[in-house]
Design a protein around this ligand. Structure first.
Ligand code: 1CP
Length: 344
């Protein structure tokens, strides 16, 4: 294998034959790694994302340590929002906090379009990384319009998304204008990473499982379609992920994804039946199972790999991000096991 475009990850995403089941973990770079905590020492999260050498180092850490089949670009879904001037911070232990939430038409003026010039440090970091990674693919990513809107409208992390839903159902015209702007930002952020050398991109719609399918199709799908369409000309595969999205899987594929992310609440076998063979799948080990005795974890990993062999393409991953207290040695052992039992 000489090129990331011919890697197991990219081939699985394209539903082509692979030598083994590829594996990576959402949030594989982060607090579970002591080398990450050392590299981040005294540097705020947003500031870290603007330092290309630091981004390169942190992105490479889990690749070196675990031997995963892909790197995920170290950044955050709110980085492009900060880049266009939204006053926000990523608060340790909390997440993104927005100083002045966006809830009126006047507030939309504080959300200009994103240009590649806003995020020159992203281009630089992706270029540095792809040079270091060689044949290992780099996955670029962005937040999807709904999930970005949820942070902007609520002002921070939210359980019930009440202000977001109040806006969506109460003022559909403003909602669609806000999401169209976010699709431009999200699409440009993806395209900047693709142009600089990312081999695949993932659109994170983490919180969209809060909507029923009909409302997803009406209020969200057109905007997620626009975000993914922004990278279509690059010819790289796209992955679309959300939490609690069992009811939305076909709709999330239909917005232009090659791979549909499956969380741990739906088995891969059930997900595949819902997806009708039209997409590759990514998932779906419950991140909490990394805390279980090895025998229980091993049995679950083996069964997910076997279920995945019936898919047109399978990328092994967790059903959501690595939890901060996860033992990194367990992650390495899972990678070894997936590679062993995932041989074709
Ligand atoms: O290895 C990797 O995956 C690291 C890169 C990465 C990614 C893909 C980070 C770094 N953030 C993200 C995406 C992201 N950010 C998502 C989508 C993925 C998911 O669903 O988990 C979301 C929802 C966010 C928003 C966010 N940023 C949260 C969640 C808050 C909530 O609403 O519950 C948090 C805690 C952050 C901060 C953050 N982002 C990334 C890291 C390493 C951290 C922790 C910051 C720190 O160390 O202080």
């Amino acid at each position: 294998m000489t090129s990331p475009h011919d890697s197991a990850l990219v081939r699985a995403a394209r539903r082509q034959p692979v030598s083994h089941t590829p594996v990576w973990f959402m949030r594989q770079a982060g607090r579970s790694l002591p080398e990450y905590r050392a590299a981040r020492e005294g540097v705020g999260m947003l500031e870290s994302c603007r330092r290309p050498e630091l981004v390169t180092e942190i992105t490479l850490q889990p690749v070196r340590r675990h031997g995963v089949d892909a790197a995920i670009f170290f950044s955050d879904i709110v980085v492009p929002l900060a880049a266009v001037g939204v006053d926000l911070d990523i608060v340790p232990g909390v997440g993104p906090v927005v100083a002045k939430p966006i809830r009126t038409r006047g507030d939309l003026d504080r959300l200009p379009e994103l240009t590649p010039e806003h995020v020159g440090y992203i281009t630089e970091a992706v270029q540095l990384l792809t040079a270091e990674l060689g044949a290992t693919p780099l996955i670029g990513f962005a937040g999807a319009p709904f999930t970005l809107a949820s942070y902007l409208v609520e002002g921070g992390p939210s359980k019930n998304h009440e202000h977001t839903k109040a806006l969506m159902y109460g003022d559909p015209e403003l909602w669609h204008d806000l999401c169209a702007r976010l699709a431009q930002i999200s699409g440009t952020f993806l395209d900047v990473q693709a142009a600089a050398g990312a081999s695949a991109v993932q659109l994170f719609d983490s919180w969209v499982g809060a909507l029923p399918r009909a409302d997803y199709e009406r209020f969200v799908a057109p905007h997620s379609t626009a975000a993914l369409a922004a990278v279509a000309a690059r010819g790289i595969p796209t992955i679309h992920f959300g939490v609690g999205t069992g009811e939305l899987l076909p709709a999330m594929g239909a917005v232009g994804a090659d791979v549909v992310g499956v969380d741990y609440r739906v088995s891969l076998t059930d997900a595949l039946a819902r997806l009708d063979g039209s997409y590759a799948v990514q998932g779906n080990l419950d991140p909490a199972l990394l805390f279980a005795p090895w025998e229980a974890l091993e049995a679950k990993v083996r069964s997910i790999v076997e279920e995945g062999k019936a898919a047109p393409g399978h990328i092994f991953n967790l059903g959501h991000g690595v939890l901060p207290d996860t033992d990194p040695d367990v992650l390495t052992r899972v990678v070894e096991l997936v590679h062993e039992v995932g041989q074709r």
